[in-house]
Design a protein around this ligand. Structure first.
Ligand code: PAF
Length: 307
């Protein structure tokens, strides 16, 4: 299959790299020229569990026109720029292109469907973890698998086909869900509880579990998020989302979360699509979300810190 990875940061590179290893024609499409050039020249270096491998057969470009229409486009840009990235890379989307979003946060499906028919979109979440080392090199840090689903919950032929592609040993187990919005909210609540706290306090995911104060904050932000999800009639996959968030923090204990990585690199974070989204949705429904509001403001303040 011809696959385009829109946003070839650490996670996009991981998924694209593994698909190329499995023999698919993979195109990395990214504005980060140094990374594109390094992958084109030397291949993609993937570090995992102390060993290093180089994936050579990846095509990479900054220009979507060079790649042309793909069979499967995986959107892996930050949720802050989903609409911009899709609009700038329209050349890869044909009428039959399947578009998969595995991004953090909510609102991505709506942004993609401004440019591509909603019928072409499938969604999911990844429990893999990856960090960027330098152009052309990533760490595969967590091995957690992928869950995908059709937006209407149907068990289509194409979802089976994409699942069999992604269900390779290297990316962990694959699951198909008939409740993709529940899935996205389950992941959202994990990000709500982990990402801003690790970014604000400069902690690895697992360190959040070591102090009563950080645990208490995690519980409060996730509990507020659960109330908003319930008011929206989202069918969450876990009876206890706080316990689930803690178990992910534990399983990815050594990870630098994506928001901490953004903070350390002086990049804009995804706070508006994570805790900020809980505040907005809560506000619309009359559900108070005071702790998420404070945390959102703190992260936004941090984004402007030049010290
Ligand atoms: O955004 C992230 O970093 C990841 O979604 C997660 C699960 C919090 C692991 O670091």
């Amino acid at each position: 299959m011809k696959v385009g990875i829109i946003g070839s940061g650490s996670m996009g590179s991981l998924y694209g790299g593994v698909l190329a290893e499995d023999g698919h024609e993979v195109w990395f499409i990214d504005v980060f020229k140094e990374h594109v050039d390094a992958v084109k020249t030397n291949g993609l270096i993937v570090n995992k569990d102390g060993s290093k491998r180089i994936i050579q057969n990846i095509r990479a470009t900054t220009q979507a026109e060079e790649a042309g229409v793909v069979d499967l486009a995986i959107i892996f840009v930050k949720s802050t720029i989903t609409d911009i990235a899709v609009e700038q890379n329209l050349a890869v989307f044909g009428p039959d292109t399947i578009v998969l979003t595995l991004q953090n946060g909510i609102g991505n499906i709506e942004k993609i469907s401004q440019f591509v028919s909603e019928k072409q979109i499938i969604a999911g979440t990844s429990a893999n973890g990856a960090n960027f080392v330098q152009p052309g090199e990533i760490n595969h840090a967590g091995w957690g698998g992928t869950t995908i689903g059709e937006l209407d919950g149907s068990h289509s032929e194409r979802i089976e086909k994409i699942a069999s592609m992604l269900g390779t040993g290297e990316l962990g187990p694959i699951n198909i869900s008939d409740n993709v919005m529940g899935l996205i909210w389950d992941k959202l609540l994990v990000n709500v509880g982990i990402n801003p706290l690790t970014a604000l306090m400069r902690l690895r995911n697992g360190q959040l579990l070591e102090q009563d104060e950080t645990l208490h904050l995690m519980e409060q932000v996730v509990e507020e998020g659960v109330k908003v999800a319930e008011a929206k009639n989202i069918k969450l996959g876990f009876d206890d989302s706080v316990a689930h968030c803690k178990s992910v923090a534990d399983a990815t204990g050594a990870n630098i979360s994506s928001m901490l990585a953004d903070a350390l690199n002086g990049r804009k974070t995804e706070i508006d699509n994570i805790n900020g989204a809980i505040v907005r949705e809560g506000h619309a429904l009359g559900i108070p979300t005071p702790v998420n509001e404070v945390i959102t403001h703190l992260v936004k303040g941090m984004e402007h810190s030049k010290l």
